[in-house]
Design a protein around this ligand. Structure first.
Ligand SMILES: [Zn+2]
Ligand SMILES: [Zn+2]
Length: 142
């Protein structure tokens, strides 16, 4: 299998060797084309563009990691491991998979901030210390 070979699975394109949408080894990036195949809700696009800058920079899917197996080498068809269905719309529900993957990244990126509701900026840290100091002062008076 040569460089730049690709296959189409349920309208999404992946590199033949690795099953990737975006592959540094094969020098390919099918995300832009694949994005055209799914109609993401405006709300979803807006939410994630904030995170990835553009939808073309979203995390890439890996068809093989999602259980894609070659069904017919000559016809270049792929099936899922779970149902054995060619172009399985359940296992390869790309719209769902893309959103899922982006949600994972969103969660990972969001975690440090969520763990600390007030970002530890110098101003807020100082304010928090000041606030605590006041409480201690009141207690001391009591
Ligand atoms: Zn590849
Ligand atoms: Zn399936």
């Amino acid at each position: 299998m040569g460089l730049g070979d690709s296959f189409v699975l349920n309208e999404f394109m992946f590199c033949t060797d690795h099953g990737r949408e975006y592959c540094p080894s094969c020098f390919c990036d099918y995300r832009t084309g694949n994005n055209y195949q799914i109609e993401l809700d405006e709300e979803v696009v807006w939410r994630f563009e904030d995170l990835f800058m553009t939808m073309d920079d979203r995390p890439a899917l890996n068809a093989f990691a999602l259980g894609a197996k070659i069904a017919n080498k000559k016809e270049e068809t792929y099936k899922c491991a779970k149902h054995g269905t060619v172009d399985c719309t359940t296992c390869f529900d790309w719209k769902k998979r893309v959103v899922q993957l982006m949600e994972v990244v969103e969660r990972l990126r969001g975690e440090p901030e969520k763990a600390k509701p007030s970002p530890p900026t110098i101003a807020t840290t100082a304010a928090a210390k000041k606030g605590k100091g006041k409480v201690v002062d009141v207690n001391d008076v009591d």
